[in-house]
Design a protein around this ligand. Structure first.
Ligand SMILES: NC(=O)c1ccc[n+]([C@@H]2O[C@H](COP(=O)([O-])OP(=O)(O)OC[C@H]3O[C@@H](n4cnc5c(N)ncnc54)[C@H](OP(=O)(O)O)[C@@H]3O)[C@@H](O)[C@H]2O)c1
Length: 332
């Protein structure tokens, strides 16, 4: 194996373009574990990686794909052996060095997770977004939020983080309110476990934001940020919490201290990228067991890696629903 196929993103003037190329094995980054990639997935960050000034890739060319599952083909680490099925995501995979949209990847052993009982396809279906959803749900549980406390709103509900959060929260017995800009996906969200489906928040984007609004939610999983997160913060019940992971609606947060000092509200930051490997492996073990999303098949679509750019365009525009699993082996 001297060469392999990869989707390579290159800067072309003020654009980023991606095309299938043949790379040399010597171009793989350093690391103890070489992996034959079977699947990757589509995450919002992959769309940003293909966006000029997207802010996630410093140096092009790069193979995007911030997560991957596959089979170990060689290992200089005692922790992994050829034939092991593994997954990896976070750190700088697909943003600082070559990622999952290639037939081969090479990674440090302390970034690699054993797949356990999950199949490579299931691991990719959960992927970075599903892992982040699980971190968000567990952060709320750790804060003491329980089903009898009231409804949990999930924003960006048809997206990757959102749809897996709906699934996990409903399975844990919470009353889930799915907030989405895609009214035609209401039945789909109910089939994942949402008890109610509402539009995006704030309901009136032109209204002046209020420091404290009428309380509506015991807690929230928010991957949208911006005006949506500000609205959620101002409408949480006393002692409520929001697990905040994303910025599809904007990075700025225009709020006041009022929800924090008058309602004891908590803003829980969620970061899957730098999470150390031990808790990362522990959470993946849970995702392969009791925490496994119940509707993975229903919220997943498969796409060949050679066709992934069109899907990334839909994700960037906020039009995509669910999780796209990227078939890498046999997908070029
Ligand atoms: N902190 C972390 O470790 C971590 C990990 C994974 C992801 N993230 C971040 O979390 C966010 C979601 O990631 P993802 O992969 O789930 O993305 P995704 O699949 O594209 O889902 C994002 C959803 O946000 C909603 N949305 C899109 N544009 C919007 C806009 N302008 N205003 C309001 N809502 C909008 C859409 O849902 P509806 O149409 O249903 O409203 C969309 O489906 C991203 O910002 C990503 O970078 C962070």
């Amino acid at each position: 194996m001297d060469t392999f196929q990869a989707l390579v993103a290159r800067q072309d003037g003020d654009r980023v373009v991606a095309a299938v190329e043949t790379l040399q094995t010597s171009e793989l980054p350093p690391g103890e574990v070489t992996i034959r990639v079977l699947y990757s997935s589509v995450n919002f960050k992959d769309a940003l990686a293909l966006t000029a000034k997207g802010g996630v890739v410093r140096d092009y060319p790069i193979v995007p794909g911030i997560d991957l599952t596959g089979e170990v083909v060689s290992s200089d680490s005692p922790d992994f052996a050829p034939g092991d099925l593994v997954l990896a995501h976070g750190y700088q995979i697909g943003t600082g060095h070559h990622g999952g949209y290639a037939e081969y990847a090479r990674l440090p052993a302390d970034q690699v997770v054993a797949l356990g009982p999950l199949s490579p396809q299931e691991g990719a279906a959960i992927g970075t977004a599903g892992f982040t959803a699980a971190m968000s749900v567990l952060a709320l549980v750790g804060r003491g939020i329980r089903p009898p406390h009231g409804p949990i709103v999930v924003t960006g509900a048809t997206g990757g983080v959102g749809s897996v959060s709906v699934d996990l929260l409903a399975a844990a017995g919470y009353h889930v309110v799915a907030s989405t800009g895609k009214a035609d996906q209401a039945d789909h969200l109910r089939s994942l476990g949402a008890s109610e489906v509402i539009g995006r928040l704030p309901a009136d984007p032109d209204a002046k934001p209020r420091p404290l609004g009428k309380t509506r939610w015991a807690a929230a999983v928010d991957c949208v940020g911006g005006a949506t997160l500000a609205d959620v913060l101002s409408t949480l019940e006393y002692g409520g919490a929001v697990a905040a992971s994303g910025l599809t609606g904007g990075a700025a947060l225009n709020t006041t201290v009022m929800p924090f000092i008058l309602r004891g509200v908590a803003l829980l930051g969620i970061d899957s990228v730098q999470l150390p490997i031990e808790p990362r492996r522990e959470l993946w073990a849970q995702l392969g067991g009791a925490l496994k999303p119940r509707h993975l098949g229903q919220l997943t679509h498969e796409v060949d890696v050679k066709d992934v750019v069109a899907v990334l365009d839909e994700v960037r525009a906020g039009r995509y629903s669910g999780r796209a699993v990227v078939k890498v082996a046999g997908g070029f």
